[in-house]
Design a protein around this ligand. Structure first.
Ligand code: IPM
Ligand code: MG
Length: 364
């Protein structure tokens, strides 16, 4: 099995380095190969997703991705901006199913912006469609307005669209995920206004006929945004389109205390995946040993479970992370009174140490 490692920009390199140490501590044999992506790749090769990086990602069984982006690239033409690297990887690799779990660890309840009783024990799974919707719909661009009250004025436009097969396949993924959990699925749409999302709702409802054991409900996205902060524990599995999923997954992340804790998996139709923390490149804290590596370390656990078929190793990482949290170590983003503040590297050290101890115990 080969893992492509694409650390990217900002804190990406620091957090991926810790995740790699954790992977190495597992004593499993994987081939790894590194490549530049995002702003780092633009600096070196003039493109955020160079051919060689894309070829490596395609050839590998799994991709471990850090983060891309820096404000200094905001003025570049869109095709050269770091964000195009992750969008290009998702599209070129057909990674249509994005799993974003939002779990509130008991030790971190106090770090949430919501009352402890609302988030304690929270464990929801947002499944975001990742290769369609207004993110990729054509046509898009700028032009002179062809009609309306402002005919002839400069305008910009994007196209929101979904085909039936795109909705069907993400619906199947979501129903199957719900079957493995509490058998409840919420489909989030904007069917009251948008044609695209009336279609989404209709198709999800049709697919539901094949999963009679799952209870399906539908919710408008504005209401879902509200319910997520009103009573988040009422959700279990949520499925939605690319743009609504982008927004709701950041909202859900914050319920858990810090986006620095949340891993994600982006899967194709055959279980190949790209694994990345849900957070971005945080250029403001890059290179200062401040970033929380746990989201990336937990992304390695997802990679072991979903693509590399090593569920025991995945569970070992998750247990090690829990042990470290229980011991009171905290990076700045999850620190609260009473915790021991540590940097990126020390947090990595602690997870590696917890893994090694666990191993010693199981072996004896
Ligand atoms: C995410 C990010 C990306 C997105 C950006 C970096 C293109 O916000 O993964 O949620 O919008 O999908
Ligand atoms: Mg986002």
């Amino acid at each position: 099995m080969k893992i492509a490692i694409l650390p990217g920009d900002g804190i990406g390199t620091e957090i991926v380095a810790q995740a790699e140490r954790v992977l190495a501590a597992l004593d499993l044999r994987f081939e790894t190969e590194h490549a530049l992506v995002g702003g780092a790749a633009y600096e070196a090769h003039g493109h955020p997703l160079p051919e060689a990086t894309l070829a490596l990602a395609k050839a590998a069984d799994a991709v471990l991705f850090g983060a891309v982006g820096d404000w200094k690239y905001d003025k570049l033409e869109r095709a050269l901006r770091p964000e195009q690297a992750i969008l290009g990887l998702r599209k070129s690799l057909g990674l249509f199913a994005n799993f974003r779990p939002a779990i509130c660890y008991p030790e971190l309840t106090a770090a949430s912006s919501l009352k402890p009783e609302l988030v304690g024990g929270l464990d929801i799974l947002i499944i975001r469609e990742l290769t369609g919707d207004i993110y990729f719909g054509q046509p898009r661009g700028r032009r002179s307005a062809p009609d309306g009250a402002f005919t002839g004025a400069e305008e910009a436009f994007d196209t929101m669209r979904y085909t039936r097969p795109e909705i069907e396949r993400i619906a199947h993924v979501a129903f199957k995920a719900a079957q493995k959990r509490s058998k409840r699925l919420t489909s989030v749409d904007k069917a009251n206004v948008l044609e695209t999302f009336q279609f989404w709702k209709d198709v999800v409802t049709e697919v539901h006929a094949q999963y009679p054991d799952v209870a399906l409900d539908h919710m408008y996205v504005d209401n879902a945004a509200m319910q997520l902060v009103r009573a988040p524990k009422k959700f279990d599995v949520v499925v939605t389109g690319n743009m609504f999923g982008d927004i709701l997954s950041d909202e859900a992340a914050m319920l858990t205390g810090s986006i620095g804790m949340l891993p994600s998996a982006s899967l194709d139709a055959h279980g190949k995946g790209l694994y990345e923390p849900s957070h971005g490149s945080a250029p403001d804290i890059a290179g200062r040993d401040l970033a929380n590596p746990l989201a990336t370390i937990l992304s390695v656990a997802m990679m072991l479970r979903f693509t590399l078929n090593q569920p025991e190793a995945a569970a070992r990482i998750e247990q090690a992370v829990q042990a470290v949290l229980a011991s009171g170590l905290r990076t700045a983003d999850i620190w609260a009174e009473g915790g021991t503040k540590v940097g990126t590297r020390q947090m990595g050290d602690a997870v590696v140490a917890a893994l090694t101890t666990k191993k010693a115990i199981t072996k004896s």
